[in-house]
Design a protein around this ligand. Sequence first.
Ligand code: SF4
Length: 374
Amino acid sequence: MGRLKVKPTVTYSSHVESPAVDLASLTLEGLTAFFTSIGEKPFRAKQLYTWVHQRGATSFDEMTDLSKALRETLKAKAVLRVVTKDLEQRSVDGTIKYRWLTHDGKLIESVYMPSPERKTLCVSTQVGCAMGCRFCATATLGLVRHLSPSEIVAQVHAVNREVRKNEGLETLRPLTNLVFMGMGEPLHNFENVKTALELLQSEAGPNFSARHITVSTVGLVPVIERFATETDVKLAISLNASSDEVRDRIMPVNKRWKIADLMEAVKKFPVKQGRRVTFEYVLMNGVNDTDEDAHRLAKLLEGVPAKVNLIQYNENPGLGFNTTGDNRAERFRQILEGADVAAFIRANRGRDIAAACGQLANVDKRTDVPAPAL
Ligand code: SF4
């Protein structure tokens, strides 16, 4: 299968043990090339694609409109990389954190956040993360590996199945919104994220619209430029500081690309009519939450169609950062608002089960037991 030409290129860092091609990572174009290469009619590609990406099938045996002989051929030549549920934790606020097991025994997490208006899933893009943000629990895992496109979309398919079952829904795709803000830095795994977006936005798949998908980055400046031209989904910048001095300290990526570099890249981002770039700003007591920080942040955002999401830090034991209180957070928001910057204090979801921003580290909060070593 190494000779199979598919676009775009998919990186399988962990697939060395198996030469079988992962059909759930292929775009419809790639899947068509695959079926042609094994002497099958191209329309089979659409059939399989619909099974995987619209109906959420996890095995070839479910694909009852493919002949038994073809299903056996597929089993011999290919695989479907799906994720299986390892743990489910429910928050008092309705948030559900899922821990998934990958085919090679790695653990990743995604967080389902239902509200009356929307059903949002926060997905992971890597096992662990290389970015080393000092306040983030995921950073403590280091980077284990990138997730394949199939492993990224499998989280969405699996939660669609869970929501259908739990909430008694008929619709194939109950999820309405996706945010790429789970474990990992999405732009560090850009090729696979881009393919996953193509799968998630395809009409023959779950058909998410671009305005319902947000990808968050700490600011890999050269990749932001690619992201802007090669995708059409929304961008969120995880900023978290108003000065290089503080950002250098809490986010090592800032040593490579300074705030000014980041803002320059963001200013070039073609913001479609009516859409703004979201800036995530985690408020940490005495670190980045002073009046001066708020004024400096407002200045940085001058002329940028921006919206700021303020997140009161979710404390992680051992990392040494404390949260900002409600009054201070509100004061920070008011300063931004006074400078004509749209700013919102974001409700913290799933805090009691460590499902909130920056808390994903494969720990079972009911027992505080970390998962077995990755
Ligand atoms: S905040 Fe995001 S980018 Fe930074 S270490 Fe955590 S997961 Fe990685």
